[in-house]
Each structure stands twice: as structure tokens, then as C-alpha cells.
Design a protein around this ligand. Structure first.
Ligand SMILES: *[C@@H]1O[C@H](CO)[C@@H](O)[C@H](O)[C@H]1NC(C)=O
Ligand SMILES: *[C@@H]1O[C@H](CO)[C@@H](O)[C@H](O)[C@H]1NC(C)=O
Length: 379
């Protein structure tokens, strides 16, 4: 008898789930009726009320089972709270919530750009926040497998647009190791991509040089993931770094290996010589004709503009320079992107870093909205 009851309950639960999809309420009250209180409107008015999603976007349970129906989306914001692949200060596991906190002031109905006159939240693309991938904090191998599976699921649903049926993901890191999972799912959906990698560090270090001397496990970290992405055949040899200034471990070997992994570089101080438009031209020329993944390590910014990061390096770009460069990339076929290495514990009371990171995410959204991309023909 108990077994029969149990089965009956499961069936009725499943039927209820199939009948009606209910989305948890989000920040703000737009989707839920609130009791009227003697003429005082308590249903609208604040971007700071309610639970926090990126830019007060609707939350969608993107990790529901593969066969379950969820609200459709074209661009998904996905958190990757993982920071056990770092070589310096930890804390980026709180990056996703930090970036969301930095984005609280942004709301879709009041996001008209003074530079472009456009509002990317009210354009053709439906943009949602999927919350975070559930990642164990005790085993990096398992955590990255969890992140691989999450990316696969989130990128595998059909988009809201029928014309461009593959949704794109912007990942909120997490330390930079998390980009490896994103590149795996991007490769699966879109084929080879060129990477535009904003960072003060090259991150193509040979695992034997950075960490892997101890164990294979230690070799998979936030300074080697681009080497591994190259070895796995995920990225094109038309990739480029931007903002590099951190020292090399070996006098020549690291740079030789970097070229072998398919990268050129724009160094941080190059901007003094060639200017913002010069940087934009170098990046666009390098990746022209290919699909692009943009990874922004927040440490590309000078610590004056982004103190809250794991491996800060002085002598970096300003927030305005970075935003201008990103906006200058409009027209590229950006199929995936991330902002990583935001470690809010080191931020200041003015939230300098998370405000910058939130704005960078908005620039990445702008690039995706500006240029819809056709997926590979289905295999
Ligand atoms: C999503 O799809 C629906 C149905 O096709 C369409 O009406 C809507 O304009 C699309 N875009 C957004 C942003 O909701
Ligand atoms: C880059 O890759 C292409 C094909 O994927 C290959 O033909 C070419 O030789 C490579 N170039 C370099 C410099 O490795």
C-alpha cells in the first residue's frame, strides 16, 4: 500500500508540473499582484526590492530536466561560483552574486544608452538570469564536470527566437578555470571560435609550468585553461589577448607556447601608442571571419578600477577604456562570453569592482543583441 501511495503522489506531481509551469517571482513586483493598501501603490517603483537577478531580469529555472518545458530565452546569464583553481587570492565563488549586486540599479525599462540611443533589453532578444550552476567546492574535477553539464543543458534548449534557435550564454565567474567549460559548450554548439581574451595574464601556461608539476589535477587551473582549450581543439589559432602586462614564468618558453596555442597579444601599454581605436582594429582584424568568444578577466582593469580580484596587476586599463573597446567590437559574431575573477570580498564600500563588472556584462549583452548569429547546421 505505501508503494502505491507513493506512485500515486509521483504521478500527480508530474501531471501538475506538466500542466502548469510556474516561475518563481523575481526582483520587483511586476509579475505578482500585491494587496492594494488604501490607494498607496506598493507594486512598482524600486529596482532595489526583491531577490537579486542580473539587472532585475526575470529568473528562469534553466536547469530543469531536459524534457521539462521552461520559459524560452535567447541570452542566458549563468553564474559559475567556483574559485578553487586560483593561484593567488580566492573569493571569486562569490563573483556571480557580487556582479548581480553591482547591477541592481540597471532595469530594462530605463536602460537607453546615451551613446547608441538603443535599449538592448527591449530589443529582439529575450534575456534571462538562470541563477548559478551548482558546483561542489571540494573537488575541482567534479565541479568542472558539473559546469560542463550545466552549460550543455542551458545552451541546448531552443531559443525564443525561431530565426536564431541556439541561445547564447554569458557566464558570471567564478575563477577563470570556468571559461574552459564555456568553451567546451560553445565548441559543441557553434564549432571553432576565436577567443578575445581580456586579461593581464596570458593564461596559456603549460600545466607542467604552472601547477601541474605537483599533479595532473593541479595543472587544471585559472592560468592554464587556454592551453587546455587549445589541446582539446576548442579554439582557433586566430585568437588574441588584450591588456597583458603580468610577468612570464619562463624567459621565452611561455611566449613561444602562447603563439603555439594560437594567440597574439595587445599589451596594456600598447593603448598609449595606438589608442582605443588602434586596439579595436587589432582585435577585429585578428578574429575577422570567425565566430568569437569574449572572456573578460576583471583584472584587465587597473586595481584602481577593480581592486576586488584574485591576481591584481598594476598598470592596467581604465573602466572607460575597456567599455569603449568592447563597444567598438560591435558587428563581431559573439557566440559566448564571460566576466570572471570578481572576488567581492576585496571590494570597497563604493563597490567599484562589481559596478564595473556589471557594466561589462551589459556591454557583452549589447554585442550579442547587435549581431544575432546563425548556429552551425545541425549535425
Ligand atoms: C519571444 O517569442 C515570442 C513568441 O514567438 C515573441 O512574441 C516575442 O516577441 C519574443 N521575444 C521576446 C523578447 O519576448
Ligand atoms: C591555423 O590553423 C589552420 C587550420 O585550422 C592551419 O591551416 C594553419 O596552418 C594554422 N596556422 C598556424 C600558424 O598554426
Amino acid at each position: 500500500m505505501p508503494i502505491v501511495n507513493c506512485v500515486a503522489i509521483l504521478v500527480s506531481c508530474a501531471l501538475a508540473a506538466a500542466r502548469e509551469i510556474s516561475f518563481p517571482p523575481i526582483s520587483g513586483f511586476a509579475e505578482q499582484a500585491v494587496f492594494g493598501q488604501s490607494g498607496i501603490d506598493i507594486t512598482t517603483g524600486s529596482a532595489f526590492a526583491g531577490l537579486t537577478t542580473y539587472a532585475n531580469l526575470p529568473y528562469v529555472h534553466c536547469l530543469a530536466g531536459n524534457d521539462e518545458e521552461v520559459e524560452k530565452y535567447d541570452i542566458a546569464i549563468l553564474g559559475a561560483p567556483f574559485d578553487t583553481g586560483v593561484t593567488a587570492r580566492p573569493g571569486a565563488r562569490f563573483g556571480p552574486r557580487g556582479i548581480r549586486q553591482g547591477s541592481r540599479r540597471i532595469s530594462s525599462e530605463a536602460a537607453w544608452s546615451v551613446y547608441t540611443g538603443e535599449n538592448d533589453f527591449l530589443d529582439w532578444a529575450k534575456i534571462v538570469d538562470c541563477g548559478d550552476a551548482p558546483l561542489t567546492f571540494l573537488d575541482n574535477t567534479v565541479a568542472l564536470k558539473q559546469l560542463d553539464a550545466t552549460h550543455k543543458l542551458v545552451s541546448g534548449r531552443s531559443a525564443n527566437s525561431t530565426e536564431y534557435p541556439t541561445p547564447r550564454i554569458i557566464t558570471l565567474g567564478g575563477d577563470h578555470t570556468t571559461t574552459l567549460s564555456a568553451l567546451r559548450s560553445t565548441h559543441q554548439r557553434w564549432g571553432d571560435v576565436s577567443v578575445i581574451h581580456f586579461d593581464s595574464h596570458i593564461d596559456t601556461w603549460d600545466p607542467k609550468v604552472l601547477g601541474g608539476g605537483i599533479s595532473h589535477y593541479a595543472g587544471v587551473n585559472h592560468g592554464t585553461f587556454l592551453h587546455i582549450a587549445h589541446e582539446e581543439g576548442l579554439i582557433r589559432n586566430t585568437s588574441i589577448h588584450a591588456g597583458i602586462r603580468a610577468p612570464m614564468v619562463r624567459p621565452k618558453g611561455d611566449l613561444r607556447n602562447d603563439i603555439r596555442c594560437g594567440f597574439q597579444m595587445v599589451k596594456a601599454r600598447d593603448i598609449d601608442r595606438i589608442g582605443i581605436s588602434g586596439v579595436i582594429n587589432r582585435l577585429k582584424e585578428r578574429v575577422s571571419g570567425s565566430k568569437v568568444y569574449i572572456s573578460v578577466d576583471i583584472d584587465v582593469l587597473d586595481p584602481a578600477f577593480a581592486p576586488a580580484t584574485g591576481t591584481a596587476e598594476v598598470g592596467g586599463w581604465t573602466t572607460r577604456e575597456l567599455l569603449s573597446i568592447l563597444d567598438g567590437l560591435a558587428g563581431l559574431e559573439v557566440v559566448g562570453a564571460d566576466v570572471v575573477e570578481v572576488a567581492p570580498i576585496y571590494d570597497n564600500p563604493g563597490e567599484t569592482t562589481v559596478l564595473a563588472a556589471a557594466e561589462v556584462v551589459q556591454s557583452l549583452i549589447r554585442l550579442m543583441v547587435a549581431q544575432p548569429v546563425e548556429a552551425m547546421s545541425s549535425e
